[in-house]
Design a protein around this ligand. Structure first.
Ligand SMILES: Nc1nc2c(ncn2[C@@H]2O[C@H](COP(=O)(O)OP(=O)(O)OP(=O)(O)O)[C@@H](O)[C@H]2O)c(=O)[nH]1
Length: 671
């Protein structure tokens, strides 16, 4: 069809028919008054109203309308001039940065409906607290009477945001009352009574929830387990089987890209005799050929061709070392920000962490201060429950073993790590060079270092990590981190036993589908086992299980006390890093153990005080950076999750948006 029209012969009157909404309105359209009513106010000579002066005197009560249009124009013009003539206040660099980020954030919410001056003044008034600034501005905008079309337009610009942030029908909530007598704590939340979750039943094992919602008891009768499994004493079994064995910990190695994590771990493995000379020689020759000799130790862990070609770690590399008293599984995490989901999945398996920082001038700064991964990784592992941290100040050879540089980095990190929630006594700082091997497994030799350092070497630091308390007495939960085709028939499911004990031939329930299965083989580090315990990284085979019901991130559990399955739960979150404040309906990627699931923040229940947990404000409109809140999250598919109070290991979540971790939280209620 031609898009050109012959306009020369066109009757314009015809053209307007049916286009009222586009081309203009009749007067009646805009008034809620019938033509008959209107007539009494209209001067009409035909109706015998001969004298206009007589008509006006009879209708004295007709108020002359204010010229809104003009007022409105003046107001907008004033706001425009206000913004144009407005000079930003002179502030120091930090204040200036805070102010600019506040202005940007507010603009992203309210658009151009509010003047620059207003935003700046409100930001300074509330000391750059986004929550308060937005509250003030949004409240004011909604209270303004949108008496004219432009004011209506301005209000309309804000209205969807207000509607998004507040309850759909409720009026603006009154200011919250904070009771001083009985502070309500965000974490004091009653146990979930009714898991009203849409429980999806597996093919063979339909799940029923009894009337009082106690899933565990109702299911105990549904899923019959052997007498041996039902009556087992996990603690006794653990003591019998593991009494003469070294304790086992999982240690994740984290840090900004190229901090030297893989090199450090590769060298540590070599020095502890876990990599043969022959293999090391092979890595040396091959890396030399490609002109990448400096990566020879990193190649011990970076095994794939792509990792070696790109010189970066992409997935979590695993290996193990033995110290005098411990078996340590090393988890070498990728530092590049694109692979943070892999790093999170690795961190969920970790008991302790090594944070590697590059001491080279400029490199530490780009990893720590300029949006690098040093901060994000440290916050992530802490949020995932890791509380012991060994900080490795690496590549000190590049700064001539400078004590000053070491101290400078320690001072900066100490302050930050304390803020991130690490206890000072649980953090150590060790100077090292992963490349030269200095201070890794032997006392420092380098004179530049020995002149000021006589502390422990890295292997000692690892040896001194305390073994975390294992939840062996709790019901069995295993989080699935990988599914692969085994050498025999069926699939191998690998993951970490988070709590309890799992034995050969035990009955288990798999994932949100709750399909029942039986453990037919159980291995740890490729050695067959008859029982495995909380903290172990294992592989199981579950013959005849529908593989569609097993997904990475799902939980395998004890049928006598099944894990809740839900699509909606409440969490207490800390917001780290959001460009746009979190409002109702905010879409996120939920990370729970190895699970990554799209979710929506469907309710902002309350803002709470970071350290005391007191409710500061009920139903906040939005959550800005560094705020702490109770929110409800809804996933599109059912997931297995526990309350933090019941199972620390399975009650933590992480929220990410567009490749950035925006919040971490603990599950407080399951709907
Ligand atoms: N001078 C010096 N260079 C080092 C040291 N440790 C590592 N490097 C070099 O730093 C580069 C990066 O090392 P990697 O071990 O791959 O770093 P990474 O942290 O594992 O990198 P990603 O896993 O990709 O984040 C390599 O060229 C190493 O040779 C060190 O102690 N001193």
């Amino acid at each position: 069809m031609s898009r050109h029209r012959i306009v020369r012969t066109m009757d314009y009157n015809d053209e307007y028919d049916g286009y009222d909404d586009i081309y203009g309105h009749s007067v009646e359209d805009e008034h809620c008054i019938s033509p008959t009513d209107a007539q009494q106010w209209l001067y009409d000579r035909a109706r015998g109203q001969q004298s206009i002066s007589a008509f006006i005197s009879k209708n004295k009560d007709i108020q002359e309308e204010e010229d809104d249009e003009e007022d409105e124009d003046t107001a907008f013009e004033k706001a425009r001039r206000d913004s144009e003539s407005f000079q930003m206040p002179q502030l120091d660099e930090i204040e200036q940065a805070k102010l600019s980020s506040c202005v940007d954030e507010v603009r992203s919410v309210v658009g151009d409906a509010v003047s620059e001056r207003r935003i700046v003044e409100t930001s300074m008034k509330f000391d750059y607290d986004m929550q308060k600034i937005l509250d003030e501005i949004l409240n004011e905008e909604t209270q303004k009477k949108p008496s004219t079309s432009r004011a209506k337009a301005a209000a309309a610009a804000v209205a969807p945001l207000v509607a998004k942030t507040a309850s759909k029908t409720a009026p603006t909530p009154p200011p919250p009352k904070i009771s001083l007598k009985e502070p309500r704590r965000g974490f004091e939340i009653a146990s979930p009574k009714v898991p009203s979750s849409p429980v999806v039943s597996g093919r063979n094992t339909p799940v029923d929830i009894n009337s009082d919602g106690d899933l565990s008891r109702s299911s105990a009768s549904l899923f019959k387990v052997s007498k041996e499994q039902a009556l087992r004493n996990a603690r006794q079994l653990y003591e019998k089987e593991r009494a003469d064995q070294k304790s086992h910990i999982h240690m994740i190695v984290i840090g900004h890209v190229d901090a030297g994590k893989s090199t450090l771990m590769g060298h540590l493995l070599y020095d502890t005799g876990n990599v043969s000379q022959r293999v090391m020689h092979k890595h040396e020759q091959e890396s030399k050929k490609l002109g990448k000799q400096s990566f020879m130790y990193a190649w011990v862990l970076d095994e794939t061709g792509e990792e070696r070609a790109r010189g970066i770690t992409m997935d979590v590399g695993q290996s193990r070392i033995e110290t005098k008293t411990k078996i340590v599984t090393l988890l070498d995490a990728p530092g590049h920000k694109d692979f943070i989901p892999n790093m999170i999945s690795g961190a969920t398996q970790a008991d302790v962490a090594l944070l590697v920082v590059d001491a080279t001038r400029g490199e530490f700064e780009s990893g720590f201060e300029l949006g690098g991964q040093t901060r994000e990784h440290a916050i992530l592992v802490r949020s995932l429950g890791v509380n012991q941290l060994g900080v490795v100040i690496n590549k000190l050879d590049t700064v001539g073993w400078s004590q000053e540089r070491f101290n400078e980095i320690v001072t900066k990190l100490k302050a930050f790590l304390k803020q991130a929630g690490f206890k000072e006594s649980d953090v150590t700082f060790t100077p090292c060079s992963g490349l030269t091997g200095e201070n890794l497994t032997k006392q420092a030799q380098e004179s530049g270092l020995t002149s000021w350092y006589s502390g422990p070497h890295l292997l000692d630091v690892i040896e001194n990590f305390k073994i975390p308390e294992r939840a062996i007495d709790k019901p069995m939960r295993m989080s699935v981190s990988d599914i692969y085709k085994g050498t025999g028939s069926g699939f191998c499911i690998s993951g970490r036993v988070e709590t309890g004990v799992l034995c050969l031939n035990d009955k288990v329930l798999v994932g949100a589908s709750r399909e029942q299965a039986q453990v037919k083989s159980l291995t740890m580090d490729e050695f067959p086992q008859t029982s495995v315990f909380a903290g172990d990284q294992v592989s199981v085979t579950l013959p005849a299980v529908d593989i569609n019901n097993v997904t990475v991130g799902c939980i395998i559990c004890d049928p006598q006390t099944p894990i809740p399955v839900t699509t909606r739960f409440q969490a207490r979150i800390i917001v780290f890093n959001v460009k746009v404040p979190i409002t109702m309906g905010f879409p996120v990627l939920l990370h729970h153990q190895s699970l990554i699931e799209p979710a929506v923040v469907c309710k902002l229940t309350a803002s709470i005080h970071k350290s005391t947990g007191e409710v500061v404000k009920k139903k906040p409109r939005c959550l800005g950076n560094n705020s702490c809140a109770l929110v409800e999250l809804e996933t599109s598919r059912p997931i297995c999750i526990e309350r933090y109070a019941d199972f620390k290991e399975l009650g933590r979540v992480m929220l990410r948006v567009a490749g950035v971790t925006i919040a971490a939280g603990m599950v407080t209620k399951i709907r």
